[in-house]
Ligand binder design. Structure first.
Ligand SMILES: *[C@@H]1O[C@H](CO)[C@@H](O)[C@H](O)[C@H]1NC(C)=O
Length: 248
């Protein structure tokens, strides 16, 4: 009996991985080529894995990012005179999953650069029209957001990065949990059920679940630890799972 239950448990665990990492996680880079249309306030430089794709351009530009790419890095020069800065693009949608800073650091555009202490980009609007002062950027998806640093009046030249893959999580994380992003707690009987509950909630991106008891508390989280480098806390009896999403 115990053996059967154990086998069933492993199967559930495996299904969790299949369901939540299905074709979307990759340690080796983006899984497909990405067509990107992008523009910014004034002059734009775009790098992919340290290679220059565009430099000093104005207006909307299209680039093709090869599959297996790891990092897109963008420099934007804003206009002078208090005009608000923005970068907007699709393919790799501009949103708060980007990180932006006004500080130029050596190697900032390289794949191996560690941007974990850079702040998240701030989203100021969506590209759907009547957005003052930018209006609609034709040629860029209406889902794209106008992003910049937190100070889009004073930061005139900024550096942004976006990871193009989601690291795969091998076996979940045992005896660990994410403590400060809990949106709700439900009681479930399996990690799969907890994952489905999380999937039903738009803002849920990871969960902590008791793994020793038969009735399990399932904590639905609104943040990711691994992919945003938040520290997990030690918590015996709980396991952390992250729902993998495509990196773009
Ligand atoms: C992106 O640019 C390409 C090439 O110019 C164009 O065909 C495509 O429609 C653009 N995408 C959007 C969402 O406008």
């Amino acid at each position: 009996m115990a053996v059967v239950l154990f086998a069933l448990f492993r199967l559930l665990e495996f299904l969790m991985l299949v369901i939540f990492t299905k074709g979307t996680c990759s340690n080796s880079g983006s899984q497909q080529a990405l067509h990107v249309n992008i523009t910014c306030e004034k002059y734009l430089d775009v790098y992919v894995d340290g290679e220059t794709m565009l430099t000093g351009v104005q207006g909307v530009h299209s680039i093709l990012i090869d599959s297996s790419s790891h990092v897109m890095a963008v420099k934007c020069k804003g206009a002078e005179g208090g005009w608000r800065g923005m970068i907007v693009g699709d393919g790799v949608l501009t949103d708060e999953s980007w990180r932006c800073t006004k500080h130029k650091e050596a190697g900032w555009h390289m794949t191996t650069f560690d941007d974990r202490d850079w702040p998240s980009a701030v989203s100021y609007a969506i590209n759907i029209g009547s957005v003052f002062p930018w209006g609609v950027k034709e040629g860029v998806s209406s889902e794209a957001q106008f992003i910049w640093t937190s100070d889009n009046r004073n930061d005139k030249e900024i550096y942004c990065r976006r990871t193009l893959y989601s690291p795969c999580i091998e076996n979940g994380f045992k005896d660990k949990s994410l403590s400060n992003a809990i949106l709700g707690i439900v009681s479930v009987t399996s990690a799969t059920e907890c994952g489905l509950k999380c999937g039903q909630m738009d803002s849920c991106v990871s969960f902590n679940i008791e793994y020793k008891t038969s009735s399990k508390l399932c904590e639905l989280n609104g943040a990711r630890a691994v992919t945003s480098s938040i520290d997990l806390v030690s918590r015996p009896g709980y396991q952390y799972y992250e729902i993998a999403k495509a990196g773009y």
